[in-house]
Design a protein around this ligand. Structure first.
Ligand SMILES: NC(=O)c1ccc[n+]([C@@H]2O[C@H](COP(=O)([O-])OP(=O)(O)OC[C@H]3O[C@@H](n4cnc5c(N)ncnc54)[C@H](OP(=O)(O)O)[C@@H]3O)[C@@H](O)[C@H]2O)c1
Length: 307
């Protein structure tokens, strides 16, 4: 039997981190589709030796601690999920956002190379300005509209050319803070919601993304990859569909324009930043449809609320 592959995960307590760590340990994260694995190879019980580091254990902005954590654990692959993800707060917190998303990612890439590890880092659809009018492919021109997007693009550019950069969008996990939980809470309280219909994108379920990451850990492809669940949608469509699954009628969700949002969000978002995943689908299986993923997440949430 070959020895377990040593994989270090940063941001292990984040919404993708918890699902990835479970998946690498051959456990099923809540709400995951057990039959889905993009390379069709089930995860073996002892396939990976996982070093799961939370912010508490490793503050990635501390260069010496970061280098020492990598030198000590000597991973073969690093999945770098730790990030500053508060998109609106970043507008007034530029320095911290860049320290985490750009400078620490560069240190991670350099430290990974020092020990011969392959780095997989995560980026975002917010590197694009949303004016293309159709799905974005990996080599489309970037032009971030907000500080968070600019910091993630800077992080991409500070990586080495053989690192893997996986761009994802609108991430939703059963155990994460995300808009689906807000929608479900409002539905349960008998309230209605208003969501923008003029921001179009692609949803990425954390548990499905974790499966894609396992494939990427095994294959170490290098370069840019767009990964998201299948199908393009708007925030209003997500809210309307979630409302229907939660037993609410047509009047649950009202479509509005971004210009009608009150209070106005600090960060500008791209109008249409859906990720075209054709490159991924040319190599491995497509992620399930976003509707199927949202139904799984809400089903699991419902089960947890009732037990
Ligand atoms: N969420 C989305 O919609 C979305 C969309 C596109 C791309 N992405 C990217 O996907 C990746 C995973 O995102 P996610 O949704 O799992 O985000 P998340 O839930 O916010 O998790 C990020 C984790 O990073 C940790 N972190 C922040 N600063 C750190 C530091 N200085 N040192 C160590 N850890 C630190 C956070 O800890 P604290 O909670 O203690 O701050 C958190 O546990 C990120 O690269 C993100 O940019 C996310």
């Amino acid at each position: 039997m070959s020895p377990a592959m040593r994989v270090l995960v940063t941001g292990a307590a984040g919404q993708v981190g918890v699902d990835l760590v479970d998946t690498l340990r051959a456990l099923k994260p809540p709400g995951a589709d057990p039959s889905f694995q993009p390379d069709a190879k089930p995860v073996g019980d002892d396939e990976f030796a996982v070093f799961a580091l939370t912010r508490h254990e490793l503050d990635i902005t501390n260069r010496d601690v970061l280098r020492s954590a990598i030198a000590t654990t000597r991973p073969e692959v690093i999945v770098h999920l730790a990030a500053y993800t508060q998109v609106d707060k970043a507008e007034s917190d530029h320095v911290t956002c860049f320290a985490v998303n750009a400078q620490a990612t560069e240190t991670m890439s350099l430290a990974a190379h020092d020990v011969g590890a392959h780095l997989i880092t995560i980026s975002t659809d917010y590197v694009f300005d949303g004016t293309k009018g159709t799905g974005y492919v990996e080599d489309d021109v970037t032009n971030p509209l907000n500080v968070y997007g600019a910091s993630k693009r800077a992080g991409e550019l500070l990586c080495a050319s053989d690192d893997t950069i996986m761009r994802v969008s609108w991430v939703m996990g059963v155990r994460g803070k995300n808009v689906l939980h807000v929608i479900a809470e409002r539905a349960a309280m008998g309230e209605t919601v208003r969501f923008v219909d003029d921001q179009v994108g692609t949803v990425t379920l954390a548990s499905d993304m974790a499966r894609a990451l396992v494939t990427t850990v095994r294959e170490r492809p290098g370069g840019y990859w767009h990964v998201a669940n299948t199908g393009t949608t708007s925030w209003f469509e997500v809210a309307k569909y979630a409302g229907s699954l939660l037993g609410r009628g047509e009047d649950f969700a009202t479509p509005i324009l971004t210009s009608e949002l009150e209070p106005r969000p600090a960060a500008t978002r791209p109008a249409r930043s859906d990720l075209d995943t054709a490159k991924w689908r040319g190599q491995w299986a497509a992620l399930p449809s976003w509707r199927e993923g949202v139904a799984r997440l809400l089903g699991e949430r419902d089960r947890r609320v009732q037990t």
